[in-house]
Design a protein around this ligand. Structure first.
Ligand code: HEM
Length: 415
């Protein structure tokens, strides 16, 4: 991929801070929205006018709630959201703690050589999602699942900006490889569908919708995208939180003091974990500076006006969460990491929107926040995160924002 959307968005946030601008991306004119008003307009006030621009993801992984619009989306949302909203927070916290302990042990194994191994984090969030929502049905295959998901997301991301009508050349070997991986992924998910456990409400709802639900609803596609939306993003967020801890040792000390004061059972009590001010500040500030989904791509259907720009039909709009979150009018010294600004000193200055806003807001934000906090609390109790010499190189974008070579973080045991 020649275009690096994450570097692009950070650059625009610097050069045109707080302003919505027009730029050219891969030969296409793009409106980059960086104001809260503009973001709210596109995502919340007039969302019906903006179609999601995720066609390569739809082609590679199938149509799902994440990629569809209009009635196609509404029908899918009605199937999955009631069940996603009903997850058991206590079970989620216990599973997150269990897998965080395994992750901590993994990160200290000699073969990782003290590096923060992002892949181990990716596998962890797949296991947590699988254990909490799918009765553990994919947990044993989490590593293969994570590798295959990465290939599919990378492939889709590399065509994301070329435009639906472009003649982008895809070589035969890549196409064959992708077809093989896609087949393997679908096979795995079809296996999940056999002998559904009686108590698993999510799987039963997906299964029923596949048989009698909306046209084009495919159990395997919906589940695949749920893992992309629900595990890949949380893993990216955890990687950025570990980097923030390494770069901000005093925040790390404060978080550790908070979690060390807890009894062991409180570490997996969502009510206790969600009331720790430094842990909250760490997560909120990391999601502000490094939103795991850094932008929301939309295509305008009809004429509109956003931040004084006339929007014509088929205009590509990027709502830059990086731009909105680094807006100096909302956050003084916006590039600085400051966990305190999220309520620790009394009033909050503003609220970030890492989970988006409006009808297409993340369906699992409550799930994600509990998961992140429980995992981080356990990690910080056992590990010390320090900056490493690694040059993190470029960003990697595959809907979620990553570091191509991993985060520049080393992991040490706590004395
Ligand atoms: C830190 C972790 C997460 C972040 C930052 C995040 C962020 C987002 C964002 C920004 C969107 C909107 C995308 C768009 O408008 O194009 C989204 C959609 C979605 N997310 Fe999340 N998410 C996270 C974790 C999760 C988890 C854990 C789940 C499920 C358990 C989940 C389920 C979904 C679903 C189903 C959608 C599609 C919503 C719709 O269009 O109806 N997400 N997420």
């Amino acid at each position: 991929m020649t275009f690096d959307p994450c570097s692009f968005l950070y650059e625009v946030a610097q050069t045109d801070n707080a302003r919505t601008v027009i730029r050219e991306v891969e030969g296409r004119r793009v409106v980059v929205v960086q104001s809260v008003e503009g973001a709210n307009h596109v995502l919340r006030s007039n969302p019906g006018n903006y179609r999601k621009e995720l066609w390569p993801f739809r082609q590679v992984m199938g149509a799902s709630r994440l990629t569809e619009d209009g009635d196609n989306w509404a029908q899918r949302e009605a199937v999955t959201q009631p069940y996603l909203a009903k997850f058991d927070p206590a079970r989620l916290a216990i599973k997150s703690k269990e897998h965080a302990d395994l992750l901590a042990a993994r990160l200290l194994e000699p073969e990782t050589a003290g590096r923060l191994e992002q892949f181990a984090i990716d596998v962890t969030t797949i296991r947590v999602l699988s254990d909490t929502l799918l009765d553990g049905r994919l947990a044993d295959e989490a590593e293969d699942f994570a590798s295959d998901l990465h290939v599919m997301l990378d492939y889709a991301a590399s065509y994301a900006f070329s435009g639906r009508d472009s003649n982008t050349h895809i070589d035969r070997q890549t196409t064959r490889n992708l077809a093989r991986i896609r087949q393997r992924m679908l096979h795995r998910l079809t296996q999940v569908r056999q002998d559904l456990p009686a108590g698993d409400i999510v799987l039963h709802a997906l299964d029923a919708a596949d048989r009698d639900g909306p046209d084009g609803f495919v159990f395997e596609h919906e589940l695949m995208q749920l893992f992309s939306a629900g595990a890949d993003t949380s893993a990216a967020a955890l990687g950025w939180c570990c980097q923030a801890l390494a770069e901000n040792q005093s925040t790390q000390d404060n978080v550790r003091a908070e979690v060390s004061a807890l009894q062991a059972t409180q570490l997996s009590d969502p009510a206790v974990i969600s009331r720790l001010p430094w842990l909250n500040g760490l997560v909120d500030e990391t999601l502000r500076l490094y939103p795991p989904i850094p932008m929301l791509g939309r295509l305008a259907k009809a004429p509109d006006v956003v931040d004084q720009f006339n929007i014509e039909p088929e205009t590509l709009v990027f709502v830059s969460l990086i731009g909105v979150h680094r807006n100096h009018l909302l956050w003084p010294d916006p590039d600085a990491f400051c966990a305190r600004r999220h309520g620790l000193d009394g009033a909050r200055t503003a609220r970030a929107m890492p989970f988006s806003t409006g009808p297409r807001i993340c369906g699992g934000s409550r799930f994600a926040i509990i998961e992140l906090k429980v995992i981080l609390a356990s990690l910080v109790r056992q590990l010390h995160f320090v900056p490493s010499e690694l040059d993190p190189g470029e960003f990697q974008w595959r809907i979620s924002m990553r570091r191509k070579l991993g985060h520049p973080v080393n992991v040490l045991p706590l004395d």
